[in-house]
Design a protein around this ligand. Sequence first.
Ligand code: GLN
Length: 447
Amino acid sequence: VEHYLHNIKAKAELNAFLEVFEEGAFAQAAIIDQKLANGTAGKLAGMVIGIKDVLAYKGHSLQASSQILNGFKSLYTATAVRRLLAEDAIIIGRQNCDEFAMGASNENSSFGPVLNADDTSRVPGGSSGGSAVAVQADLCLASIGSDTGGSVRQPASFCGVVGLKPTYSRISRYGLIAYASSFDQIGLITKNVTDAALLLEVIAGKDDYDSTVSQREVPAYSELLATDKKYKIGYIRDCFESEGLDAEVKDSILAVKDMLMEAGHQVEAVDFPYLDYMVPTYYILTTAEASSNLGRYDGVKYGYRSENATDLTSLYKKTRSEGFGPEVQRRIMLGTFVLSADYYDAYYTKAQRVRRLIKEKTDELLRSYDFLILPTAPTTAFKLGENTANPLAMYLADIFTVQASLAGVPAISIPVGRDANGLSIGLQLMTRSFEEPQLLAFSNYIL
Ligand code: GLN
């Protein structure tokens, strides 16, 4: 705890943590010391973990990096966090992120951007930017983030760490602030695959507080990391031919592909005809869900309330105009539009159908191949401010991560190289639903 607290203070300019639970962390550490002495410590004893500011931890502030939740404190603890604590992990603090997890650069936080520790003129990715930088810069051992369309995998790629988004429904969402519920997932950011496996086996599994969580047994992932199997791997040709793909990222991923072929795996190019539809489908559906989920922030129930209101309607309007940042407002408007009576069928219903096509095609490919490999992001970490004036350019940063989110299949980003500027390049692997054991084992093998 002392080690990480020291690093957090020394590297405060990175802006990775919104709040550090110094007292609480020492108190937990003291209890764990005793448990270690009498042999009753849990399996995460002493693991120091940071949590993204979208996860509830009873008695602690929770804001989703937004002003609209200013002053709000959690009334209960998220299931994932509760399970970490039950195994004697130590929660060191809450981490900066894009407001309501909407963003790909952490520049949408009302607490200012997080800086990439490899080059502080660059973004860490988002929306779990603080969580990725915290692991990158050794401010904690691991982070718990959320991934709706890439928010764990893309910052992991930009920061040279491991980012895992499991199968949709593998981890309870109880206590996770909702952005787009049919996509939202808790994910893990770690230094290596073993830590991801260990954390996943602790936090995954059925939960009476989330009716959408899977009832399947949770395998002991950390004991299943050895593999000498020869796999069948597809690489999505269209991704490698896409315009915005950086040449160094492409070469680096193709080099891994060649390495796998030489090692005796069967690697083939596959076609995925829906690449152009991925980002639009994702943004229509997630903004629709967000406009509904964020309706609850009305100035009455949670956090911030405008002082300038004169009646109930103006209370809603002023609270929401003052409390939400520009990107969140943009998405609420877009989502409200695609759900409005006149446009519902043209946009929302259509996008639901396209999502189904994308899911079916992805599942079909994954019946023939054990893994699909592709870059996590089309570029390495970009400069702060580079994409802020152009939301569409920012949305395209998600082109390779939203497929697994639309399809609900598990995906991981692992660091496989660096570009000429020394910036990290992430390889993304997808596999069939609930095949996390082979996803983790094969990632471990590649690393
Ligand atoms: N960049 C994507 C978005 O802004 C993904 C965010 C996320 O996964 N939470 O929606």
